[in-house]
Design a binder for this molecule. Structure first.
Ligand code: MSP
Length: 527
């Protein structure tokens, strides 16, 4: 039965250019979206940018441009990168859009009317440089605030608070009862511990005197909304079917056809943002337990074991990598060299190594040799024949097909490894059966037909299985196999379907094309 999937990602801060972490998350979401389409599911994939907040206001000030102009420029960089990387989304969440602003303000108004937001006064130590109130956690061992906070002064400030703490027990019960709430499972324990420690409510406003670049509180024009409260709501304001309407009596039929979403985020924004604030915000808005979103929490790409940071100068720029190696090589690396949920180290040598081993040598050679032999020995026409010596290939196909369902458990790396091993079995079968020897004696014609068919059929299946990760390569393989060439299908995702990845679907007498190298080896060592 086809299912409906609403897949969202975190929305990226637009206070700088996209880096490899952003690229990883969006490619992961794109692969999951493509995988579900491959299965015949209905998918709506939302991604976008987080354009408000203090960091953006500061960066814009530094450049001497209005924040609108600043975010328009940085947003364009993200959009250009997704285009280049083949990240194909259905909806674009940009938080400066009126549609989002309206939704955020309606929700705030409703929560205010229902008494779920209140005004209060905060007094405490405030860092002028970091523009935030400090707590005892920020004190150094000597009990003083360190120089990183700059001038620290005692301040009193009025703000609006969202009643968070009263939902603590509810959230603990939810975490215990919904096993599918968070992937991977070990994050559930982490979240539970954090929820146990919830102490107070959440300050959701900033006085305009210190932050202007945000969504105005609908009931008080002297304040803007705290950027997280604004940003988290993107998942419902940009939901398919016009978004969520919190007003009494609104028609939510279309919204509920898609909701709850699967939200793909990095480990740093589970606690407190998504695991605590977001769940409680939805609960306060009247969402049922069954309507709480699923969180897919991925790990981080580090560099030589260290966190990427501008100050360290070790930030990896995906744009440069795409220009150097192509989108498919980068997508393949990002999906195969990390276990979803865990961290990994980014390394250009490993990117090149993965590409050369799995794509150029293993799959590329298989394609080239198979089609060359079909051309040389059978004038490109493959006959559906069976022979005991190639049964291992058909068995490997079945094994790959079943191991590929690891993608249902978000294990993209395991799915790709299964496909790569399958291609390896095909290459071994070529070595073992040595078609160039079989071709010398007509008595072996049946066996030769069987191996040539098995190779073409395997390539057809492999193309389907790699299509979510490497769509261009998948099209390239289909084109060279001369398979599904109808103009409506060419270059179209609809060309691939998981149901077609079944052994024996290539008809007897099919005429394949001539090979052209699909994955030229990357020769130069990484520089
Ligand atoms: N704007 C917030 C998210 C709001 S969602 C309502 C934010 N933005 S971010 O630009 O800092 O990060 C966007 C996503 O990229 C997050 O999910 C974050 O975890 C992810 N990554 C940032 N650095 C990363 C790596 N080094 N590796 C993998 N992903 C990382 O947080």
């Amino acid at each position: 039965m086809p299912e409906r999937f609403y897949i969202c990602t975190a929305i990226d801060y637009t206070n700088g250019a996209p880096h490899i972490g952003h690229a990883y998350e969006k490619v992961l979401a794109d692969v999951m979206a493509r995988y579900h389409r491959l299965k015949g599911d209905d998918v709506f994939f939302l991604t976008g940018v987080d354009q408000h907040g203090q960091k953006v206001q500061q960066s814009a000030e530094k450049q001497g441009v209005p924040p609108q102009e600043f975010v328009a420029e940085t947003t364009a960089k993200f959009i250009a990168l997704w285009e280049k990387l083949g990240v194909k989304y259905d909806g674009w969440a940009a938080t400066v859009e009126p549609r989002h602003k309206t939704c955020v303000q309606r929700i705030l108004q409703r929560l205010w009317d229902e008494g779920k937001i209140y005004k209060d006064k905060q007094a405490g130590f405030y860092s002028v440089r970091q523009e935030q109130f400090l707590t005892d956690k920020e004190r150094g061992e000597d009990g003083e605030y360190g120089p990183e906070w700059g001038q620290v002064e005692f301040r009193e400030e009025e703000n609006y608070y969202f009643r968070l703490a009263e939902h603590k027990e509810w959230l603990l019960a939810l975490i215990d009862s919904r096993a599918d709430l968070i992937y991977p499972d070990f994050r559930r324990g982490e979240l539970r511990n954090a929820v146990e420690k919830i102490g107070g409510d959440l300050c959701i406003s900033r006085p305009k005197s210190r932050l202007e670049w945000g969504i105005e509180m609908p009931f008080d024009p002297n304040f803007v909304t705290y950027v997280w409260f604004d940003a988290l709501l993107n998942y419902i304001s940009f939901a398919p079917g016009g978004g969520y309407d919190p007003r009494e009596g609104a028609d939510l039929t279309e919204f509920h056809r898609w909701w709850p979403a699967t939200i793909i985020i990095g480990k740093d924004i589970l606690i407190p943002a998504h695991g605590i604030y977001w769940m409680i915000m939805l609960h306060a808005c009247g969402f049922s337990d069954a309507d709480m979103p699923r969180l897919l929490v991925h790990g981080w790409w580090n560099v030589a074991g260290a966190k990427m940071s501008k100050s360290e100068g070790n930030v990896v720029d995906p744009d440069v990598l795409v220009d150097k190696y192509g989108a498919e090589a980068l997508r393949y690396y990002l999906m195969s060299d990390i276990a979803t949920g865990r961290d990994s180290d980014f390394s250009e040598e490993r990117l090149v190594g993965r590409y050369n081993t799995d794509l150029a040598n293993n799959l590329g050679n298989l394609l080239n040799r198979s089609l060359n032999m079909a051309a040389r020995y059978r004038e490109c026409r493959v006959r559906k024949a069976e022979h005991a010596s190639v049964r291992s290939v058909a068995d490997a196909a079945t094994a790959a097909q079943s191991r590929y369902s690891a993608l249902d458990a978000n294990e993209v790396d395991a799915g790709l490894a299964a496909v790569s091993e399958f291609a390896g079995v095909c290459n071994e079968a070529i070595e073992r059966t040595a078609p160039w020897k079989l071709a010398k004696d007509d008595a072996n014609a049946g066996q030769l037909d069987a191996i040539l068919y098995a190779l073409a059929e395997s390539l057809r299946m492999i193309a389907i299985l790699i299509s979510p990760v490497s769509p261009k390569a998948a099209h390239g393989i289909f084109d060279q196999l001369s398979w599904k060439m109808e103009p409506a299908l060419s270059g179209n995702e609809a060309r691939f379907s998981l149901a077609d990845a079944e052994w024996g679907k290539l008809p007897d007498g099919h005429v394949v094309g001539k090979p052209t190298p699909l994955f030229p080896r990357i020769e130069a060592a990484a520089s």
